[in-house]
Every structure is written in structure tokens, then in C-alpha cells.
Design a protein around this ligand. Structure first.
Ligand SMILES: [Zn+2]
Length: 430
């Protein structure tokens, strides 16, 4: 937990439990009791009692303080729930700070050797094979560690911090080291590529209070001023692209994590162009990204499709930056239509329109023409107008549960007001 004043937030939040319940349209019923909020308890008579600083359910025996209440009602993890609770209770969130840890990463990045001529043979071969311009390694803090210097730095830090480094591969002269920085440009992690051919090929340093892989993709510090950013899998791909002036970050995973999209959005990035490896894993990753991540994110997204089995760095080395730029941008809907071969074309269209209806991805009309084109190729006769109509019906279906929900809420509020009013009138009568 990186929030220092958790107890303070929860305590302050405990005065607002009723307010939180009301915010979700939950009001007391018979005998001033609430329906249990536990998703596991299908309460049919109100069994939950509001105490001074917590809720208690006599049906299932669960109790909820303000933090648990927010977690359940908003479906948030602890950290997010604490932030929300702090907001409700008007308490400032204080984050733990660990300057020592930052110092260690900075010191280590400073002792990285960037001079190609001093690299061991294995690393030289790897750099040559990847056609990386090593004259730029200094600028990107890429290089190799001298194990003796490495050990001398870490000997001055406490064991807990050093443990986070997963030293085995960092501390090897035959590993090429990538320094991962946060958006402020501070070194917060390292990735090591073993150049001897041993497995695993890559290792990362561990999660710390300053670094989480999904939140902090490699080279995020280099895309701060861009509206569109390329997202690739490999560190060498992103490095090569950046050296050639293409704004790219590396996620080191086949699916674009939700948190990566969130981070980029927070930076003001409007769209991502996914260029995952042109292999089966890459395609699966794009599919997962489209189905799981994009509908929630509201991020615009397109992709570039590489020839089978070719990674971005190979493609750029082969065709140059201009060749890469000429590679057509594909709206994700078109990709979905072409790739999901286990579904029949009509089902595919249905599915992608459903995904689009959940995703507020700028202007959906960008997709309609592409979809018409693919439909024609696949001999299903939908034109742009048909597709638009289908899309609109899906949008309505998608929004319907929300509308029904708020109607139910409004009804229950009216019932509550009537009851309260009735009580008041009775008292006046008395
Ligand atoms: Zn219960």
C-alpha cells in the first residue's frame, strides 16, 4: 500500500457511510435497516444496520467500514477506493515517499556503460543483429553494468531495496540493460536482455512504490508531447523507433494493459496505434485489447498490421521509416472483421458493432466505411447505411440497462419521500 494515511482516510470516511449509500440510491427500509450490500447475500428483508462507524448485516454476519462499502458499491480496488473515500471525506491523500530507492536507481543508471567498444562480444552481436544505433545509447541510458561497480553501489543500500532489483541478470556483463524512467524522467526500473541465448530472455526489476510495469511502459518519458503514440511489445522495437524519431512505448506484453491506456490518457494522448508482433500471440493480444480494454477506455485506437512473423524493428530496418509510415493504418473494427476466423462474418460484424457501442471511440463513422469494404470482400451484403442502423440499435441496447437502473432508483426515492412525508403528516396530525 503506497498510501500512508490509510487509517486517517477510513476513519474520516466512516462518518460518510450513509452519504455513500444514499449516493448509490440505497435508502433504509423497515425498522431503519438496509438491504445487505454484500454481493454474496441475496437479502430479501433489510438485514443491515447502520452503526456509528460501520454497517453490520445480521443475515450474513458481514460488517463494512467506509472503505469496504466503497470497494463493494463501486467495484474498486483498495487504492482506488481510498482515493475516492478521501475525496468524499475531504482528506488529503498522502503517498509514501522513498528517496533512497530513487537514489539507488539513479546511481545505477549513472554507472551504466554506454560505450559499444567496451561491451562483451555477446552484447555487441545482439546490438548488431538488432541494428540498434549504439551512438544513442547514452541518451537513452541503455548499456551494460560492470558487476564490480554494480555490487559496490548496491552494497550501500538496504537489503529490502536491493532485493527489488532481481539482480541475477542485471549483475551480468552479458546483459543489455534498458533503463525504465517515469514520466518525470527518473530511473525507476531496469529491464535486462540476456544476450547469451539463455532463458529467460528478459527480466524486469520488481514493482516498487515508483514502478508498476503496466502503469509505466518503457520510454513513457519520451512521448509526453504527442497526441498519438505507438504501442509495441518489445523494448528493442520501441528503442529503435524512438531513435528514428517515432513516438513509441514498449509494454513487454502481448495485450495492451488497461493501466497503460489510462496512463497515456492522463498524459493527454488521444489515440494509440498498436503495432504488436505479426505472430499468433500478437494477433491474440490485439483481439484481447479490442474486446477487453478499449470499450472501457474511450481511447481512439488504430493498428498497423505487420507481415506474419515480422517484428516492428525488423520491418523498420528492412523498409525504413518511410516504409513503416506507408504501412496503412487499420481501424480496429477492420482488424476484428478480418482476424476472428472462428466466427462467421455476420457474427463478426455483430460482435465488433457490440464492442464499438460500448466504446466511445471518437467518431464511429470512421469505422463504417472500412466495415463496408470488408463485408463486400466477404460477400455479405451490408452497406454503410445497414451497418450504421445495426450499430445504432446496439448502442440503444447497451444504454438500456443504465436507463432502467436510474428509473428504478428514482422510483425507490419517490417511495422513500412518500413514506417520510407520510410520517411527518402523521406527526402533525398527532
Ligand atoms: Zn448480509
Amino acid at each position: 500500500m503506497w498510501i500512508e494515511n490509510k487509517d486517517e482516510i477510513v476513519e474520516a470516511g466512516n462518518h460518510f457511510i450513509e452519504h455513500i449509500l444514499n449516493g448509490h440510491g440505497i435508502t433504509p427500509g423497515k425498522h431503519n435497516k438496509y438491504l445487505c450490500i454484500s454481493p454474496d447475500h441475496n437479502d430479501n428483508e433489510p438485514s443491515m444496520v447502520m452503526y456509528n462507524d460501520h454497517l453490520y448485516c445480521f443475515g450474513c454476519g458481514k460488517s463494512y467500514d467506509s472503505l469496504e462499502t466503497v470497494k463493494v458499491l463501486d467495484g474498486l480496488d483498495t487504492k482506488e477506493a481510498l482515493k475516492k473515500l478521501a475525496d468524499i471525506a475531504g482528506v488529503e491523500v498522502k503517498y509514501k515517499n522513498d528517496k533512497e530507492m530513487l537514489n539507488m536507481y539513479k546511481e545505477l543508471s549513472d554507472i551504466l556503460i554506454h560505450d559499444y567498444n567496451k561491451f562483451p562480444k555477446e552484447v555487441k552481436e545482439y546490438v548488431a543483429k538488432k541494428k540498434l544505433d549504439y551512438r544513442k545509447f547514452d541518451d537513452f541510458d541503455v548499456g551494460v553494468f560492470n558487476p564490480k561497480q554494480f555490487r559496490s553501489v548496491i552494497s550501500r543500500y538496504d537489503a529490502h531495496k536491493v532485493h527489488k532489483l532481481n539482480q541475477t541478470m542485471l549483475n551480468k556483463p552479458t546483459s543489455l540493460i534498458f533503463t525504465i524512467k517515469d514520466i518525470k524522467g527518473r530511473p525507476v526500473a531496469f529491464a535486462a536482455r540476456d544476450c547469451t541465448g539463455a532463458k529467460p530472455k528478459y527480466i524486469n526489476t520488481s514493482t516498487t512504490i515508483y514502478y508498476k510495469k503496466s502503469r509505466n511502459p518503457f520510454l513513457i518519458d519520451r512521448v509526453l508531447d504527442y497526441k498519438y503514440v505507438y504501442v509495441v511489445e518489445g523494448y528493442t522495437d520501441a528503442l529503435l523507433m524512438q531513435i528514428k524519431g517515432i513516438p513509441a512505448v514498449a509494454i513487454a506484453s502481448a495485450t495492451v494493459p488497461e493501466k497503460t491506456v489510462e496512463t497515456l490518457k492522463d498524459l493527454g494522448v488521444e489515440g494509440i496505434i498498436v503495432v504488436l508482433d505479426g505472430d499468433a500471440e500478437g494477433i491474440k493480444g490485439v483481439n484481447r485489447t479490442i474486446a477487453k480494454v478499449l470499450p472501457e477506455s474511450g481511447m481512439k485506437c488504430a493498428m498497423k498490421r505487420l507481415p506474419n512473423g515480422i517484428d516492428p524493428d525488423e520491418y523498420i530496418n528492412d523498409k525504413g521509416v518511410s516504409g513503416f509510415n506507408q504501412l496503412p493504418m487499420m481501424p480496429f473494427s477492420e482488424f476484428w472483421m478480418r482476424e476472428n476466423k472462428e466466427l462467421k462474418p455476420r457474427e463478426r460484424l455483430n460482435e465488433i458493432l457490440k464492442i464499438m457501442s460500448k466504446a466511445e471511440l471518437g467518431n464511429p463513422s470512421n469505422h463504417f466505411n472500412a466495415l463496408e469494404k470488408v463485408c463486400n470482400e466477404m460477400d455479405i451484403n451490408y452497406n454503410v447505411e445497414d451497418i450504421k442502423k445495426m450499430y445504432r440499435s446496439k448502442v440503444v441496447l447497451e444504454k438500456l440497462p443504465g436507463i432502467m437502473d436510474s428509473m428504478h432508483k428514482a422510483e425507490s426515492e419517490i417511495r422513500y419521500l412518500r413514506r417520510t412525508l407520510g410520517d411527518m403528516l402523521e406527526r402533525i396530525d398527532d
